[in-house]
Design a protein. Sequence first.
Length: 190
Amino acid sequence: MGGHIGNAGTFLVETLFGLYILIVMLRLLLQWVRADFYNPLSQFIVKATGPVLAPMRGMLPTIGGIDLACVLLLVVLQLGELWLVTGILGQRATVSALLVFSVAEILQLAIYVFLFSILIQVIMSWINPGSYNPVLSLLYSLNEPLLTPARRLVPPIGGLDLSPIVVMVALQLAAILLVGPLRQLAGTLL
């Protein structure tokens, strides 16, 4: 199925799956950093993912603060998205290639979540410093495990906190060194 219908189908599948994958990723990351469970955004994420994760959580434990049910759901959703997209486009791919590409996409999404959350936090600190917002509270909770070690490495210089720049550079390097090779490996498995 090519042309406009294939493009429309691909767009629809990627959008719907992408939004839900993002919500599941946020749940995983917010659980990992132990963000405020009673935050309104946290409550939305829990309610949106709860029905799907509830049966899986009984079978899969949480290890080191990482909810394996969320990880499995992310992999299954990403794998399903890629399988549907390749089917819509009339392409063939092996399960191993799709699985490796799924892991690469999930890692890329996690990196993007941190990059954009740090960028939003920095911009909001310039626009309205010291204000409270439930979303900003979650951003601070999400970013602090990355920013705190960076602050120890590069202390503020003249009142300017350079730790977000250090973390963003490190995240970009992680994308280059981890995601890139995984995508190449998936390409060789095709």
